[in-house]
Write a protein of this length. Sequence first.
Length: 148
Amino acid sequence: MKGYPRRFYYWLMAAFAGLGVSGLVLTPTTLMLRFDTSLAWRIAAESRVFVAAVHAACGFVVSWIFGALWTVHIRAGWRQRRQLGSGLTLASALLGLILTGVGIYYLASDAWANAAAGLHVALGLGGIAVFGWHAWKGHRLRRRAARD
């Protein structure tokens, strides 16, 4: 990624991987605790706090990276009209995840907090797919440009 420190891409991928994996591990427990669903597996209670802390820490790192991406990567992509669909979808999902993540903890009503949790899970699962789609499209475009 042009305009960033050498290892920035690896930090980006590590932060998104940590966020995605910890979110996937927490999803069954969230569904069981917030929505009284019955699932075959959920994370053990003694591990839940640690995984939630990892998820929150990775969320903070991704929020920081999102700000760094905004200054160069996102603005340049929008100016060049490249990957607008996947980029706008990904940016919207990240903003939604940030807002619902805060809402889960700070909304006073249990109904609103549960709604935020449900939306957070849906955006997170969709966000994993959109991130993969956006990265795949970018990789394909870079390979095509290198051949030409």
